[in-house]
Design a protein around this ligand. Structure first.
Ligand code: UT7
Length: 326
């Protein structure tokens, strides 16, 4: 049976670090509140002039090198992001060009914080269908310039960063075992960036009103996140014919340490089986899962034969889960 196996991982974080203390001087918040309510201690922030492609390109290059391949070996590149370089063309085209992938296909995918899960299901389907043998999937976000320091609830949450994986068609029982995706557009105004698309253009007035920055109903999102994360991991395990005790590593989207702890507790998973990097990077939305995976692999936490459970929840609303045998 052909499966898509993850054979390479990579990540990139911009050099500049914004600590909670730095944010105290930019908006009405405190280090203590941020740590207690989110778990975040710091986040990375890109420089003016940098775009999401500047984060995803080095992450993808690292993933390709770690797979022992060159960009010429890649058949398709997918970029999951809600903060593309431009409204068009796709950031994936910019990344593919920077990598030197010639005229290979490349496209963006927007599923917000679930972007990596949607990208994984898409890449896996392409690989298993036989359409493409080697796919690079990168998730990245540059959200620190999409928040308003007049809105302290969102200003402290997001960080810039990217991760990437290389998936390759392989016979055997290693690779992506299951993927499941969900959406509920009736919750689109729970977490959104209203202006700048076709419906609400950017005007001087709505820039003044902060309509071109991220808006969030945090409490509603939190409650729904815990419920859907739990449902998503249950469906994934049932489809894989596994129980929580079969899971070696749980790599969730990093939105809030309290969401991760609550889901892990419901699953009965010990903390050493959870990959948590939110303290150092904040919420990197579509970049969050591949970044955490790549860092965990660099730390020697991901070993051959292990079973990984991935899950996300975010704007859309969208959510998803996957089981991967390494
Ligand atoms: O990645 C996509 C998915 N994202 C999520 O799932 C995020 C889910 N939501 C959350 O993580 C949490 O709801 C937040 C971290 C955003 C907020 O935490 P909370 O415990 O739900 O706080 P809250 O919104 O109920 O606010 C409690 C208080 C309020 O003050 P009052 O009304 O009690 O006086 C807020 O104004 O905390 C205040 N507050 C802050 N105080 C200091 C909100 N943000 C801040 C802040 N610093 N940054």
């Amino acid at each position: 049976m052909i499966r898509s196996r993850i054979i390479g991982t990579g990540h990139f974080l911009p050099e500049r670090v914004l600590t909670n203390k730095d944010l105290e001087s930019l908006c009405d918040t405190t280090d203590e509140w941020i740590r207690q309510r989110t778990g975040i201690e710091q986040r990375h922030a890109a420089k003016p002039g940098e775009g999401t492609s500047d984060l995803c390109t080095p992450a993808a290059r690292m993933a390709i090198e770690s797979a022992g391949l060159t960009p010429a070996d890649v058949d398709l590149l997918i970029c999951a992001t809600t903060t593309p370089d431009y409204i068009f063309p796709a950031t994936a085209c910019v990344i593919a060009d920077s990598l030197g992938m010639g005229t290979k296909p490349a496209f963006d995918l927007n599923a917000a914080c679930s972007g990596f899960m949607y990208g994984l299901a898409t890449a896996d389907a392409f690989v298993r269908s036989g359409a493409y043998k080697t796919v690079v999937l990168t998730g990245g976000e540059l959200a620190t310039n999409r928040v308003s320091f007049r809105k302290r609830d969102t200003a402290v949450l997001f960080g810039d960063g990217a991760g990437a994986v290389v998936l390759r068609a392989e016979e055997g029982d290693r690779g992506v075992l299951t993927t499941h995706l969900w959406s509920d557009g009736s919750g689109r105004e729970v977490l959104w960036l209203p202006a700048g698309g076709s419906k609400i253009p950017v005007t001087a007035q709505n820039v003044d009103d902060d309509i071109n920055t991220i808006h969030m109903k945090g409490k509603d999102l939190f409650r729904r996140a815990v419920i859907e994360f739990t449902n998503a991991v249950n469906v994934a395990l049932e489809a894989a014919g596994m129980t929580f005790s079969d899971i070696d590593l749980f790599i969730p989207h990093q939105a809030n340490i309290r969401i991760i702890e609550s889901v892990a507790e419901r699953m009965g998973l010990p903390t050493e089986k959870c990959v948590v990097n939110i303290q150092k990077v904040g919420n990197c939305t579509a970049g969050s899962i591949p970044l955490a995976l790549s860092q965990a692999r660099d730390e020697g936490r991901v070993k051959d034969g292990q079973v990984l459970l991935l899950a996300s929840f975010g704007a859309g609303l969208t959510w998803g889960s996957a089981v991967v045998r390494w």
